[in-house]
Design a protein around this ligand. Structure first.
Ligand SMILES: [Zn+2]
Length: 289
């Protein structure tokens, strides 16, 4: 069933588990992610991001993802991640995405508040939820998500008091925070500021989101979730899993797309199952039949 972030993140926040958000920019990814969630009885978040639109246009992808979410046996949010422009966020809402992230984290604090508040007001008319980012999650070099490489990410860490004010002013539903992660594949292990997660979680009453989750240790995930993270974004891991599937097919002397597809879905599923197990969201579907 198609749901929004509140439907699945509020229970997650209350009971200290997290829901995985995976970009699904083609049919194999969508099938792999949703079938993993169905098999494990876990709510799930799928979608795309503005920087991924060159690989799959928003409108085309919406015709694929939204009906699949509606048909799924588990709650599925179709989320537009890192919307960078107001226009594209509105387009996503009109196409039926049940959630958008409007990323104005590179703007000044005042601009971030103003832009996010306006979009949130509109999104709520669509019964869609909004995620925004305060502080700034940078990118590892060569990340698929972008190019804001930071040599010292702590400069942009989220400040708990400001987070409280931001949530109060914008009425957003979920907040992405900067606490030491970065998008893409890590060259050096990240150091998360767990006390900061706790402090932010205590100062706001909405679910917190961790971006740049691919490549963190199991300990990092578990601790971050215990401290108040309710949504974890993963893309690099499933992006790479798809390529591993294709490589396995080649190693098995397969040479056609139809041979590749089951290999790819298999690897995607494995990667997603591993994450939902780690995040503790298995069986967390109240009306799961
Ligand atoms: Zn992100």
């Amino acid at each position: 069933m198609l749901v929004n972030l509140n439907d699945i993140l509020l229970p997650a926040r209350k009971n200290k588990y997290a829901i995985g958000a995976f970009n699904a920019i083609n049919l194999e990814l969508a099938r792999g992610i949703i079938s993993a969630a169905e098999e494990k009885g876990s709510p799930i978040i799928i979608g795309t991001a503005e920087v991924l639109l060159p690989f799959a246009p928003l409108e085309d992808l919406s015709y694929l993802l939204i009906p699949m979410a509606k048909k799924a046996k588990v709650p599925v949010v179709v989320h537009y991640d890192h919307g960078l422009t107001f226009e594209k966020c509105i387009e996503a809402l009109k196409l039926g995405f049940s959630s958008v992230m409007y990323d104005c984290s590179k703007d000044s604090y005042e601009e971030n508040v103003r832009k996010v508040k306006e979009l949130t007001y509109i999104a709520h008319q669509f019964s869609a939820t909004v995620e925004a980012e305060l502080g700034h999650v940078g990118d590892n070099e060569d990340s698929a998500e972008g190019e804001s490489y930071l040599s010292d990410p702590s400069v942009y860490f989220t400040v708990p008091e400001q987070a409280k004010d931001f949530v109060r002013q914008t009425h957003i539903d979920a907040l992405a925070i900067a606490v030491g992660t970065a998008h893409g594949a890590y060259k050096h292990s990240p150091k998360l500021d767990f006390d900061r997660i706790s402090a932010i979680s205590n100062s706001v009453d909405i679910p917190l989101v961790l971006h740049g989750g691919s490549g963190l240790s199991d300990y990092d995930f578990k601790t971050a979730i215990q401290r108040g993270i309710s949504k974890v974004n993963i893309f690099t891991d499933v992006n790479t899993a798809t390529a591993i599937g294709a490589k396995n097919a080649i190693d098995d002397k397969k040479d056609s797309l139809t041979d590749f597809i089951p290999y790819e879905i298999n690897e995607i599923k494995k990667a997603v199952v591993e994450k939902v197990e780690l995040f503790g969201s298995i069986g967390k579907v109240p009306s799961y039949k």
